[in-house]
Write a new protein. Sequence first.
Length: 468
Amino acid sequence: MGIVVAPEDVSHSLKIEYSAPAAYEIDPVRDPRWAALVESHPRSSVFHSTRWLRALQTVYGYEPVAVTTCPPGASLTNGLVFCRIRSWLTGRRFVSLPFSDHCEPLVGGPDDLDVMLLHLKQDLDKRKWQYVEIRPLTHRPGCHVGLEESLIYRFHRLDIRRSAQELFHDFHKDCVQRKIRRAEREALTYEAGNSEALLQKFYKLLVITRRRQYLPPQPLAWFRELVAAFGDDIKIRVASKEDSPVASILTLSHKKIVVYKYGGSVASLNKFGGMTLLFWKTIQEAKDKGFEELDMGRSGTDNPGLIAFKEHWRATGTELSYWTYPPRPQVPRSTWHRSLPHRFVQASPDSVLEAVGTLLYKTRRLSKTPLTRGPRSRGWMINVAAWRWVRRGWLRERAPLGSKTLMSINEHLPPQARKQLKEVGWEKGSELAKVARRDRKHFDCATWLHKACQMPKEDFKKLWPEQI
């Protein structure tokens, strides 16, 4: 049953008549009217689909909600879909939509959008949550609504209705055409499908790429759910050199559009043209199946290399703005690169990085995992270790740890890191902790372990003065 919300704050009634339009909330996953709207609306995307919303709900526990001005029982002609997110790390907020590059409000005009946004603001203030965020491609909120631009990206899409020969001829000769030919000369093998084997190859490359970007990867459970939800409309493509995967991308299909969503590669092997080959294969196969557009996704304005890559395909670029209420300051990417999480991502082994990604993105599986009891599986121990790292300051700035905490740190390490610390030796590890304390540095366990393993004994003695 839809909830009716008027432009003023009311808590004593589900429906009150006002001259201004009322806003109604529906469950877009269960209400069949939403699927019908998505199918018929010309600006709908894969991110509006019930399959995408159900995957967000299943894996992350987000609550999908759609706001509309259409009353219960009437045909749905407009709607703004968002998720209510409750996160221990980033707080409680409304986002339209998480993990989605864009999410256009399905409205006929700006007046309907403003009514929906005013409802969201009212709900936000009533719940005392942090902020509302929308990610429209074209519609902009009215000035009186109070939303302001918080982030700006470049969004690219490629029209693939022309013949393959015409498209290829228009590509950048050096950066696209020659790389496609290089990939063919290198005899890169190409695989496509949605099998578990391909998913594993893709995920390994994704972890490598996310580390290069100083970010933890999304949990594997998220991609498995996407495969289950989209079936034949999801495609994993992998390029390999002598049976070793060098590049992989994941695409989703919706109506006449193929959406490039995720990708990963080995940077040192990009010279073989694996990623370029995969995009070319995607375009060719999409044309064969009657698709008309390739959605190449968003790019950060501080990532000129990615923007240039997409424009070399002659994709059309437009500005993509995210709007929030209340206004939120932009955080420069350089700030993250100087932060403690940056160093953590660089130093952590893949298994730990995956566990922390699972923790940060808060999958349902992790949120239901008991932290004090239950089966002591390897995955369980890594998740607990990641949680304790966060609490102890691996992902937050805090005072440096001294040697007294070394035994406690060991208690919270996963087996592999604990084994490494044992190989280094407790005495050497304790000395490193004291060095960190002396230099007023944070005791980043993985970083210091790496230093201990790589440093010759003589250099270590110089680092460790006798007077300390």
